[in-house]
Design a protein around this ligand. Structure first.
Ligand SMILES: Nc1nc2c(ncn2[C@@H]2O[C@H](COP(=O)(O)OP(=O)(O)OP(=O)(O)O)[C@@H](O)[C@H]2O)c(=O)[nH]1
Length: 192
C-alpha cells in the first residue's frame, strides 16, 4: 500500500489520476473527503507489482481518519505545492505526524508538485532538495498537469517495495533454512 499525504490542494488526487488514467482533472477543485483508493499494477523489471494507492484528505478535519491508515502503509508520497509556501513549510509537521503514526521502516519520498506553474512558483527546487537532504529523503519535482515525473515517482516506489519484499522473503528462507538445520540436528542428536 502506498499512501499520498500532504496539505489540501497540493495535487494528491490529480497525481493519482494522472498515474492511474494518464489524465489531468482540470476545472473545479473537489477536495477529498476522508480517504479514497485505486489499484494499479506496474511492471517492474519484468515482475508485476500491484500498488494499492490511498489518496488521503489534506484537510485538517479529516486528520483523525487518515491517522488510522498510516500503520498499514508500506510507502508514503509526501507532497507539497511549489506555488504554495505554506504547504512546503508544513512538510516538517507532516514528517512529525509520519514519525508518530507510520511504520518506522516506511518507504518515504518527498514530491514538489505543480512545477508547470513556473510564474507562480515560490518554492525553489533547491529548497526542496535541501529539505529532502536534511531528512535523508529521495526527492522529485512533479507536475500532475503535464505528467512530469509522475510515473517515475511511482515506479521508484514500486521498485523499492519489490526489492524489500524480495529481501524479506530471502531472509525468511534463510531463517527457515537455519531453523530446519538446527532442529534437524537436535532431532538426530536426541534420537534414542
Ligand atoms: N498547475 C497545476 N495544477 C495542479 C496540479 N496538480 C493539481 N493541480 C490543481 O490543484 C488543485 C488541487 O488538486 P487536488 O489533486 O484535488 O488536491 P489534493 O491534494 O488532492 O487536495 P485534498 O483532497 O483537499 O487533500 C486542483 O484545482 C488541481 O487542478 C499540477 O501539477 N499543476
Amino acid at each position: 500500500q502506498v499512501m499520498l499525504v500532504g496539505d489540501s490542494g497540493v495535487g494528491k488526487t490529480c497525481l493519482l489520476v494522472r498515474f492511474k488514467d494518464g489524465a489531468f482533472l482540470a476545472g473545479t477543485f473537489i477536495s477529498t473527503v476522508g480517504i479514497d483508493f485505486r489499484n494499479k499494477v506496474l511492471d517492474v523489471d519484468g515482475m508485476k507489482v500491484k500498488l494499492q494507492i490511498w489518496d488521503t484528505a489534506g484537510q485538517e478535519r479529516f486528520r483523525s481518519v487518515t491517522h488510522a491508515y498510516y500503520r498499514d502503509a508500506h510507502a508514503l508520497l509526501l507532497l507539497y505545492d511549489v506555488t504554495n509556501k505554506a504547504s512546503f513549510d508544513n512538510i516538517q509537521a507532516w514528517l512529525t505526524e509520519i514519525q508518530e503514526y507510520a511504520q518506522h521502516d516506511v518507504v518515504l519520498m518527498l514530491l514538489g508538485n505543480k512545477v508547470d506553474s513556473a510564474q507562480e512558483r515560490v518554492v525553489k527546487r533547491e529548497d526542496g532538495e535541501k529539505l529532502a537532504k536534511e531528512y535523508g529523503l529521495p526527492f522529485m519535482e512533479t507536475s500532475a498537469k503535464m505528467g512530469l515525473n509522475v510515473d517515475l515517482a511511482f515506479t521508484a516506489i514500486a521498485k523499492e517495495l519489490k526489492q524489500r519484499s524480495m529481501k524479506s522473503t530471502s531472509e525468511l528462507h534463510f531463517q527457515l533454512h537455519d531453523y530446519v538445520k538446527r532442529e534437524g540436528r537436535r532431532a538426530s542428536c536426541c534420537r534414542p
